[in-house]
Design a protein around this ligand. Structure first.
Ligand code: GLN
Length: 409
């Protein structure tokens, strides 16, 4: 019997794949870069491929050099010593690491709170492992507000409290947040922490965009809040940090009580993560500070963000200025859709954001991701007011996209 439902439906990334779009369409959809990782990182990858041991299975926890690099990089950030033999687990991308946490910890019917919109992968990862998602909205700013930032997307803490039932096991937190770009404030995180403690919940803190925070905003690591280390697993990603999304190298950091069972699950799913690229990720973390790499990255990304912001401003469009990540939400509620447009089957039955995205790709020549995919079905009507652009592209490509976006008028 084939499983049915949202979790096995065609994913948005496959619908808005470059292969399904006009050849000259500029792809600001799926978040991946059109520039290479830094050379000093790819050099380390090449070197690893010439090293016999780095071509073979790594320890299921991850290669020693990478775990050591993660320890050294994160100890100051998490303000605590980290034991690479029990508190760090290298995963085959952040997705797989999170999946393994769910496999290890969710029992049938356990509820998992996720803030909506949520990174789409959380939903199937939770349901495949027997969990039940519980959606708590990030409330969008009022439509009348002309200038909005990701900080205007807010949590109603009474609503969050009411969503916690005795079956609740875990909260998934994502800061900086995909797709809103929200960098949760310390006050918001303290509110979440208080509830996690009161109801004895685990917290999965997906912080894969940790290195992309703009305008001097502070990225607060959930695990650094008082008493939160014991119940938190922090998720990181080499793909996001080093422009290498296809490498599938991520990591989990947390107490042995969480990392131990997750290691057991992960060992049975993938056994270990690809070895040579772990060496390269290690080189990245080892050298980043001396090369001033992340500060340079943030400045580059701020410039990229500005190109899209200027394009939206010059067209008088409403958008959410992101404080973090490389995503920006455009409010499309004022746009009309053309009558009788020939949509493919994958788009025809979907929300107006899917249709808008399809028409924009065909007629304007820029693609983006419909945001209803980041909502459960019942709340899709909120998501379909928005479409998400990824600005992790080189400046030339973004300038070209900005010119094409004038076609939206
Ligand atoms: N995290 C990336 C994004 O949101 C890619 C996700 C994916 O391909 N599953 O665009």
């Amino acid at each position: 019997r084939l499983k049915t439902g949202r979790a096995l439906a065609l994913d948005v990334w496959s619908i808005f794949n470059q292969a399904n779009l006009p050849a000259d369409c500029i792809n600001l959809g799926q978040g991946y870069m059109n520039f290479p990782p830094p050379q000093w990182v790819t050099d380390a990858a090449s070197e690893a491929l010439s090293t016999v041991a780095a071509n073979h299975y790594s320890h299921p926890r991850g290669r020693v050099r990478l775990r050591e690099a993660i320890k050294n990089y994160y100890e100051p950030l998490l303000a605590r010593p980290l034991d690479p033999n029990s508190e760090i687990l290298v995963s085959s991308g952040a997705n797989e690491g999170q999946y393994s946490v769910f496999t290890a910890f969710l029992n049938p019917g356990d509820e998992v709170i996720m803030f909506e919109p949520f990174f789409d992968q959380y939903l199937p990862s939770v349901t495949f492992n027997g969990g039940t998602p519980v959606y708590v909205p990030l409330h969008p700013p009022p439509a009348a507000q002309a200038k909005t930032t990701s900080n205007d997307w807010t949590i109603d803490f009474d609503e969050l409290r009411r969503s916690i039932t005795p079956r609740c096991k875990m909260i998934i937190l994502n800061t900086p947040h995909n797709p809103v770009g929200k960098v949760f404030t310390r006050t918001e995180l303290e509110g979440i922490a208080a509830l996690a403690e009161e109801f004895d919940l685990m917290v999965m803190s997906d912080e894969v965009y940790e290195s992309l925070v703009f305008d001097g905003k502070e990225h607060v690591r959930f695990a650094t809040l008082p008493r939160m280390w014991e119940r938190t697993v922090t998720v990181g990603s080499a793909g996001k940090m080093f422009a290498a999304t296809g490498w599938r190298v991520g990591w989990l950091i947390g107490p042995e009580s969480i990392i131990g069972p997750t290691l057991a699950a992960q060992t049975r799913i993938v056994f270990c993560t690809n070895s040579p690229l772990q060496e390269a990720a290690a080189a990245g973390l080892e050298q980043a500070a001396a090369r001033n790499y992340f500060a340079t990255e943030v400045a580059d990304y701020a410039e990229r963000r500005q190109i899209i912001v200027d394009a939206f401003d010059s067209l008088g469009l409403k958008y959410t200025l992101p404080e973090g990540t490389y995503f920006i939400l455009l409010d499309i509620s004022d746009f009309d859709l053309p009558e009788g447009y020939p949509y493919p089957e994958t788009v025809a039955g979907r929300g107006r954001d899917f249709k808008f995205g399809w028409v924009m790709a065909q007629e304007v020549g820029v693609s983006a991701i419909p945001v209803s995919e980041f909502y459960c079905e019942e709340h899709g009507n909120i998501g379909e007011k928005f479409i998400r652009f990824a600005f992790c592209k080189d400046v030339g490509t973004l300038r070209q996209a900005a010119v094409k976006l004038a076609g939206l008028k």
